[in-house]
Design a protein around this ligand. Sequence first.
Ligand code: AMP
Ligand code: MG
Length: 354
Amino acid sequence: MKRFTASFFALPTAVLLLLSGCGNAVKEYEAVDTAMGTVVTQKLYTEGDNVTGDVERLLSDLEKTKLSRRIAGSEVAKLNANAGTGTYTEVSGELAETLQELSGIYEDSDGALDVSIGALVSLWDIDAHAQESYEDAGEQPDGTGGKTEGYHLPGEAEIKEALSYSGFSKIERKDNSFLLPEGMVLDLGAVGKGLACDDILAWLEEQAEVKAAVISVGGSILTYGEKPDGTAFKVAVTDPFDTGTYRGYLTLTGNWFVSTSGDYERFVEVDGKRYHHILNPATGYPAESGVKSVTILSKNGMISDALSTACFVLGEEKGRLLAEKYGVEALFILEDGNISMTEGMQEYFTEQTK
Ligand code: AMP
Ligand code: MG
């Protein structure tokens, strides 16, 4: 069975026919696909047609037109292409707003979340190597670790150089136009899945026939609406020490976003040491902050995704302060195996007894 970073509990895959209060049949549809370089899992409860394909198209459009740094023509690729040229790049109002919010989180996290570290991300190349190993094995990326063969572990000088190109505060803005300095590369990998969940929620709210949904885009999950049987959503939190199992789950009703960042999601191992994909912009190395994973519960997808990454880099103490500042709930699974969470999270989290 495939494993996911955090996911809703598996239910029988057969389509169930349920009767809603007004007599219309509510059908349940499931879909598993890949988009934005990750696994997308959907469960939709609707009185209408199966629209899981529409959600997949929405994600693919978001990646192509806005977020991908690899697809030429996307807004982020255009920003990167103009870095150091002196030419400001105009972006959509939505992306401009996102960049503004990211600037705030960069400041509030003391630079722990810095989406301008694309050059460093490319140098480490961990996503690509972890991904490669899954492809070799004919599997989806599911957090089981990377291939070391042929992997180049970056050296001090290379790391220093890549870091010299980063620093979100170096970006200049005029209205909705932005100018990156020479060598800077934006990488929205830390927030893209949360942004995707925000877009899906906005779209779902226009689909009157869809009554409820649980959609997971990699480490970010959206719960929407109310299930026809009135039961709550259960969103599992992976055990980072045993990624095929859950450490517990969140019980949620209505619209929520849950994002998890963990050192088990993407990594390579060199000489027995794990190098994972969440980098500390202060050191240039994978963050070592005493946590194995951070789960954020929020009413905003981008914020949940951004803060799960930021809190992972900051560690428990500073991460809690950041979570409080943004009014979100946070759950830290620590390197010693203990769990630490904000007071509000206790209302939602149930630990799994093993
Ligand atoms: P996430 O899985 O949401 O925590 O995001 C991790 C991804 O964000 C990585 O694969 C990189 O592409 C990028 N990234 C890694 N470290 C950082 C960081 N400190 N700030 C911003 N983006 C980062
Ligand atoms: Mg994130």
